[in-house]
Design a protein around this ligand. Sequence first.
Ligand SMILES: [Zn+2]
Length: 202
Amino acid sequence: MSPRIEHDAGPPGHHAAGLFAAAAMHRDGDGNALHAPVLVLNASYEPINVCAARRALVLVLKGVAMTEEENGHFLHAARIAMRVPSVIRLLEYRRIPHQSRALSRKNILLRDRNTCQYCATVLPSGELTLDHVIPRSRGGSSTWENLVACCHPCNRRKGNQFPLEVGMKLMREPRAFNLHTSRHIMRLMGRSDDKWRKYLFY
Ligand SMILES: [Zn+2]
């Protein structure tokens, strides 16, 4: 299924930025549709990522990906109306290296599912901090294997100690965010979108 551009406004892609600037003014109360999660499939149909609808539309407009499923919303911008995708597929197969995810606060929280890794409390992102398992002051580095989601009380309690020194224990060994982890998260998210199911539960 190719992207449906009802009135072709010339070669797509080149004015994607302008399109979204216009879309910001013409979103018909559907602004959230541009932030909705979209499942990204490799050319082989293997799920490889989740991105925001806005990014997915740019990929479709650039001819890098095609829409496989729509989410029922339209993006009205300039002289075109586009159906907002729910699932897109890359047109060229992309090799996905393991551990390709950027080390960031957001991704650490995603990996740890917003759960304090010491007391198992689940909290909103804003109420969690990152803890260096081996404290920085004692040579710990900022790596996937040494950073975990942590609530403020646990973080204060642990201070500059090793977990064992203060009788704390990690729920599980922190690992790099690999494709397996991403798939697990995509499965969790897929429960809220029926259109993702056939690509995720295989
Ligand atoms: Zn905690």
